[in-house]
Design a protein around this ligand. Sequence first.
Ligand SMILES: Nc1ccn([C@@H]2O[C@H](COP(=O)(O)O)[C@@H](O)[C@H]2O)c(=O)n1
Ligand SMILES: C[C@@]1(CO)OP(=O)(O)OP(=O)(O)OC[C@H]1O
Length: 157
Amino acid sequence: MRIGQGYDVHAFGPGDHVVLGGVSIPHDHGVVAHSDGDVAIHALCDAILGALALGDIGKHFPPSDERWRGADSRVFLRHCRILMRERGYALGNADVTVVCERPKVGPHAERMRALLADDLGVEADAISVKATTSEKLGFTGRGEGIAAMAVVLLVRA
Ligand SMILES: Nc1ccn([C@@H]2O[C@H](COP(=O)(O)O)[C@@H](O)[C@H]2O)c(=O)n1
Ligand SMILES: C[C@@]1(CO)OP(=O)(O)OP(=O)(O)OC[C@H]1O
């Protein structure tokens, strides 16, 4: 077994939606990012890469690479699944926490779990998606950005 953790942040910017866990959620801001700025998937990818000791998402998908401009972050997650399989591992379970005052994540959590599970080749009950505000404290509390954390356990395939 191997354990990994990941963390990602993106600032809010102009736009009318945010993408979280592969789900497009209407919002009064977008996020500033090279890709679609999906903090939940970025944190999850970093947790998997960390468990495999393979560096981080920026190493595999450099922000300097035009191929990833506006990219659907699910592409990154599916690549992490391939890296796991190549090294003889599969996802045991994952726990993702999104931190923002808004948008509300709860109504979209089940759809996120289904998409993430599909990309990682596991049942939805292996994926947890949670959300919390930071009680109006700090950058997330002031509505300046959105953060996510993820923890994964990998098992021998
Ligand atoms: N962006 C968010 C933040 C929170 N939730 C849900 O609300 C609950 C209460 O949040 P607190 O920060 O006051 O603990 C939280 O447990 C989530 O269920 C949400 O859906 N989206
Ligand atoms: C995802 C990548 C893709 O170029 O860019 P961003 O969307 O800016 O996201 P970040 O969380 O900063 O991770 C770095 C990059 O790998």
